[in-house]
Design a protein around this ligand. Structure first.
Ligand code: FAD
Ligand code: MG
Ligand code: MG
Ligand code: MG
Ligand code: MG
Length: 552
């Protein structure tokens, strides 16, 4: 079994030093990483502790820069420009890393073993299954498209999750224009073929609609002028607005722009069924059902857990959750050696109110039974670190300093020499837990989590020697590191016509051509390698000069 490989290595290196002793060099700890997406790639890039042996298992031997996937659908960027072979990343490392192109199909936490199925070659019949032992398991398998079991979606819709999806969409878009240009069709048929429907008004759906609109306006008018008038783009959104997760100003601008462009945005519109000719929707207000003929549908309504994760959650008693629950150190609840991050996981943030007595006791250094302003001030940074909701709360209330917060708890008559008893302390913090939010399923979160976990592994021994670590509020268990903290750097929504909406921290909103340039520069700088950066930038330049490549 693969578990012995590390041991064999240890013996060889002993021999090389000419030490004939039975005392073996300590066996390298084996880390198994599942997934080569944002979370996995970021972990690999930042890991630099050679005392681990890492085995990466993923059905994909490359990383995909997903924010540029929508650009691939209409040929603004080439597929190969946004992928980076994983072996390019690992060959540059000082850590012993191997890769297996396979899918993990089962996790056995009792025996610290995973079961895999190779995806390399279907001719490997009978040899495609293998098991891998681990000391630490890192689960970063991402999520899959959620169809909400809507009939006909699997069979008739495009998804936009993988590179192959984007390539299929591109081919289908171009073929639609070729097909609609054939001489023997009625106008009705042309209309149907060129009716593009997008289900879901989130960032991906909106960006695809914008890409498609630009493609029609900039290239189709020149290349397929006779069919331009038959093109229709419809965006179906079940709630009241598109781009819900963005600032109102961005939502309004996007809805306005799409309206002027002639993109038919249907809000409050639930898709109930899709057959091979028609898409059925139910209007939220009056419940009326409409059947509309379509040529192509992109389904982009959010994500759900992969079968492996569903199965694993069942196994470990996490039941019907939408993602694996971890603590703030990204460890799967109840398991010391299994980590989960990115889209397949959510952090189960601890509530202040659950630990309030313990916090009070630690803060009350002189054991007087009351808390002075000084005692409170000394502990507040640690509280904010352990419970990020406290910081959000202080910000949201614009409490300038702790004294204000304490005064509030004590009532107006309070002076600077406030002391709080436990009940007053509780009431001062009673609202903070309402600020808790799940982190979004984004590349930004996955990327930061991967980097955080790599740092933990880089410093593991150091921290084991000093198990108390820097953070004073540990809740339960032996936590050795600062908990994971997310730093939101902002969000883009490309809206087409060289205009992008940007929402930066502090609710700074900018919409238009200048943010489009910000978008170009941020996405160029975020590329994982100089190779993909050069490819992406030259694709952009090529498109400016020559237009899109429309050979399907
Ligand atoms: P993924 O990146 O999905 O990686 C999962 C990895 O696990 C893959 O390598 C997969 O092959 C592998 N895997 C799957 N099953 C198994 C298995 N059984 N065993 C082993 N390995 C497995 N986020 C942003 O922040 N900004 C954006 O602009 C943005 N745009 C996006 C546009 C599109 C079209 C899409 C689809 C997503 C976009 N996102 C964006 C979201 C972002 O891509 C995800 O949040 C991010 O990819 C999550 O990272 P992950 O590592 O958890 O999962
Ligand atoms: Mg990953
Ligand atoms: Mg990815
Ligand atoms: Mg997550
Ligand atoms: Mg005291």
């Amino acid at each position: 079994s693969r578990g012995h490989i590390a041991h064999a290595d240890a013996i060889t290196s002993n021999g090389a030093h000419g030490i004939a002793s039975s005392e073996a060099v300590p066996k390298k700890k084996k880390v198994v990483l599942l997934g080569t997406g944002w979370a996995g790639m970021s972990f690999l890039k930042d890991l630099n502790n050679p005392s681990y042996e890492v085995e990466v298992v993923s059905p994909r031997n490359f990383f995909v820069f997903t924010p540029l996937l929508p650009s691939v659908t209409c040929g603004k960027v080439e597929a190969r420009s946004i992928v980076e072979p994983i072996r390019n990343i690992i060959r540059k490392k000082n850590v012993d890393i191997s890769f297996s192109e396979a899918e993990c199909v089962k996790i056995d936490p009792q025996n610290k073993k995973i079961y895999c199925r190779a995806t390399v070659n279907s001719k490997l019949k009978g040899e495609e299954e293998f098991a891998v032992d681990y000391d630490y398991l890192i689960i970063a398998v991402g999520a899959q498209v959620n169809t909400f079991n809507t009939p006909g979606v699997e069979q008739n819709c495009h998804f936009l999750k993988e590179v192959e999806d984007a390539q299929k969409i591109r081919k289908n878009v171009i073929e639609s224009f070729e097909k609609a240009s054939l001489p023997n069709l009625s106008d009705e048929e042309r209309k149907k073929i060129l009716h593009f429907v997008i289900v879901g008004g989130g960032p991906t759906g909106v960006e695809f609609a914008a890409e498609l609109y630009d493609f029609v306006n900039e290239d189709v008018v020149k290349l397929y002028p006779k069919v331009r008038e038959f093109v229709k783009i419809t965006l179906l959104e079940a709630t009241d607005h598109i781009l819900n997760m963005f600032d109102k100003r961005i939502t309004n601008f996007a809805e306005g722009k799409f309206g002027r462009d002639g993109i038919d945005v249907k809000l409050g519109s639930m898709v109930t069924k899709i057959d091979d000719n028609e898409i059925s929707t139910k209007a939220r207000g009056n419940g009326n059902t409409t059947n509309t003929p379509y040529g192509m549908v992109l389904w982009s309504t959010g994500i759900g857990p992969r079968p492996l994760i569903k199965e694993f959650m069942k196994q470990i008693g996490q039941g019907n959750r939408r993602a694996l629950a971890t603590d703030e150190w990204l460890r799967v609840e109840g398991f010391d050696t299994i980590y989960a991050l990115g889209d397949c996981a959510t952090i189960n943030q601890r509530k202040v109110m659950e630990d309030i007595s313990e916090i009070f006791k630690k803060a009350d250094k002189d054991e007087s039974g009351t808390l002075t302003v000084k005692e409170f001030q000394e502990i507040i940074d640690d509280i904010c670190e352990r419970y990020p909701q406290v910081e959000l709360y202080l910000k949201s209330k614009q409490v300038r300093n702790i004294v204000d917060l304490l005064k509030e708890a004590k009532g107006d008559a309070a002076k600077e020499s406030i002391e709080l008893n436990i009940e007053e302390f509780k009431s001062a913090l009673s609202q903070v837990d309402s600020q808790m939010k799940n982190l979004p399923a984004t590349a930004q979160v996955a990327n930061q989590q991967g980097a955080y976990l790599a740092k933990c592994f880089n410093r593991m021994e150091e921290c084991e020697k000093n198990p108390e670590g820097p953070a004073r509020f540990r809740g339960t268990g032996r936590h050795r590191f600062h908990p994971f903290r997310y730093r939101h750097l902002g969000q883009f929504a490309p809206l087409g016509g060289e205009q992008t909406a940007a929402q930066l921290p502090g609710d700074w909103v900018s919409i238009g051509h200048s943010s489009q340039w910000l978008w170009y520069s941020v996405y160029a700088s975020k590329q994982v390698s100089w190779r993909t950066r050069a490819l992406v930038v030259s694709d952009w330049v090529r498109r400016f000069i020559f237009g899109r490549d429309t050979s399907g």
